[in-house]
Design a protein around this ligand. Sequence first.
Ligand SMILES: Nc1ncnc2c1ncn2[C@@H]1O[C@H](COP(=O)(O)OP(=O)(O)OP(=O)(O)O)[C@@H](O)[C@H]1O
Ligand SMILES: [Mg+2]
Length: 500
Amino acid sequence: MSDYVVELKNVTKRFPGVVALRNMSLQIKQGEILGLVGENGAGKSTLIKVLTGVYLPDEGEIYVDGIKQNIKTPNDAKNAGIACVYQELNIVKLLSITDNIFINKLIRKKNSRLLDYNTMHKKAHEVMLSLGQDVDEKKPCGNFGMGILQMVEIAKAVLVDTKLIIMDEPTSSLGEKEVEQLMSTIRTLKARGVSILFVSHKLEELFEVCDRVTVMRDGEHILTNDIKNMNNEKLITAMVGRTLDNQYPKVAGKKGREALRVENLNSAGVLHDISFTAYHGEILGIAGLVGAGRTETCLAIFGAFPIDSGNLHIDGKKIVNKSPKDAVRNGIALLTEDRKGQGLVLSQGIDTNLALANLKKFSKGPWLNKGKIRETGNKNIEDFKIKTPGLKTIAGQLSGGNQQKVVIGKWINTDADIFLFDEPTRGIDVGAKVEVYHIMNRLVAEGKCVIMVSSELPEILGMSDRVIIMREGRIMGEIERESSKFSQEIIMKGAWGGKI
Ligand SMILES: Nc1ncnc2c1ncn2[C@@H]1O[C@H](COP(=O)(O)OP(=O)(O)OP(=O)(O)O)[C@@H](O)[C@H]1O
Ligand SMILES: [Mg+2]
């Protein structure tokens, strides 16, 4: 028997202009939780796709229980006992939990072609329960949130005796409670002898749940060690190849005149009397739990979420944003948390995407100003350290984090005065985060107004001049950077409904 349940040996994977994996090796023990980290574009997702038969490696081998595998398709991977919970879940929302779990292995009544729903419902309920979810398995998946849907994916894997479950940034769209639930499920799976490969940019999660950690950089293996031998600094240094002295390079803003005044925004059941003012030259943080209405507030300001009443003023002048087009015309940019849905045209080049939010600026008369697009695009790539073979590379071929950097670039290239950043550093590695913070600093130094929604409290506290705290569609209070109340404790208290 091999010491390892799954082993990747000397794997190389090339894409045009990029070596995504270079002689990469990785070993996973039975029943262990192995963390996998690295900068955006390091090759983590590619490694997973090789393990799950989505990509064929150019060189190298995969072993399961010491036996060399010939994994050519996702089905081969499944048969070898390797499953993956992807970020874009493979769930059919109209179908029930039971249907989704059994979609590929329907149970039929004995000697009949009729489906045995009694058995399937029972088994579906049992397996969900064993993962800590007491749910109505007959209900359509569309009725449930991300946390439960992820569990449905895990249930699918558990039911077929999977040896290794791979999770690629599984917590990036979960709320606090759901993250806790997932962590506990991961531990349950481990106790049952299942191995987990856990990819995340949130280092504290790795310290919480992993046994060992592997760091990769530029497609290569850098180190593997027990997590107890590592700390934040060691991990970051291994990931970025240098020390990072200041994770939050805050430069105090110079608060100027009023930029955006929001008055009594109401949207039935979602937003209740949202009023606040944001100023030129400041970063205003919006904190709160997932579901507190922060994203809806941004969308409403941007004309992309219906409101029943309320007023907006920019520079003291009343405006109405009926659509995002109006908002852009009024000098507002929105960087969405959902880069695939609203941020990027995945089939288009980086250059086009970077120019897309301000075509006027990048046109000469009726023609596109290609020189200007190229010049700005190359500068964006340098400024944000976008890892790409070139400016014309299709956005869909970039790693997740690098796509997010293109979304940021696209909006920075507009002439907006007010920037709404919704979870701007989601999926971005620690080094690149610092670049995003520098950009925010630059914007406010130029007198722009930055409003930042973030679920990461260190980021909110690290970068905001002022923070408003939301809960269940209401503003609970506001704290200034200079105030003694400017702390994680006070924010959490407000977010959970306490008095600030
Ligand atoms: N289908 C593809 N075609 C061309 N290049 C690709 C493709 N998929 C990935 N790449 C490139 O391979 C490299 C590794 O990408 P990968 O997605 O594995 O990174 P990652 O470590 O998952 O990064 P992130 O943290 O941003 O998700 C990147 O340079 C990326 O642009
Ligand atoms: Mg990735």
